[in-house]
Design a protein around this ligand. Sequence first.
Ligand SMILES: [Zn+2]
Length: 313
Amino acid sequence: MVKTVFSIDLPVLENMCILKNRLQPLDLTGNERRVSIVTGIHGDELEGQYICYEIIRRIKENMEHLCGIIDIYPSLNPLGMDSLTRGIPAFDLDLNRCFPGSKEGDMAENAAAKIVEDILGSHLCIDLHSSNIFLREIPQVRMIEENASMLLPYAKLLNLDFVWVHPSATVQNATLAHALNTNGVPTIAVEMGTGMRITKQFGDQITEGIFCLLKEIGMWSGDVILPKTPIVSSEGHRDVTMVHAEASGIFLPAVKHWNSIKKGDVIGDIVNTLTGEIEQHIIAPCDGMVFTLREYPVVNSGSLIVRILGGDL
Ligand SMILES: [Zn+2]
């Protein structure tokens, strides 16, 4: 059943509506748990679109296995998605820096407050993000250290490759995940793929994981896969090593995404397409796994080229 979470009139007879689809068992007992699955806070991140579609499709085909309430919010920033914009167009605002919002605030703050109010009371929230257009990411969850004991047990069920536990919260304070995590709704922010694209393989992987999680918390009685055991950055005694461009030009990768590399391997070249010269021959500084790889070929000095799970702590 489709419900309106937030609606506001815009100039020129237009309207902005944030919608959700509620899926629930045919016979309700009144004691069902609720899980919220949200995506599209950033209008240029589309990987979650396929996951929303696929989850709804699978549940509708197997309603007899649904034992709880699933709220799916496919587009929290519909104006951004309609206009290929990361933030809210015209306001130049990142919606994921507006939480918890305020009902007395402007449109973005108002929308943020309504989104939080709607999700509060959920047993769990899954917030699906993509990377940007510049970097390709393996399916991963990022969380701050202080939330790890609450979130890691859930994250480990999501069929992920990697959980990155950050020591600091410097940029997280105004995010939806932070607003919910500090108000009693454990919220897992999943990141995968590339901006403005859908990577079906990653979408299928996370969809399977979401059903594993739903089964574990008693909301799905159908068959599920055995989820992958993710590498957890804080458990493996391995660091994250970043490699940045030291020249400007066109980056030609020599490594594959989510492959292991050895110290001294060639990561790729930054080439000059006017002179035909190699400006920088990029060498791996340590052994490890390439979990972030530069996707967009144009680079400047300082651009992130790879993140490697590996290196000394
Ligand atoms: Zn995002």
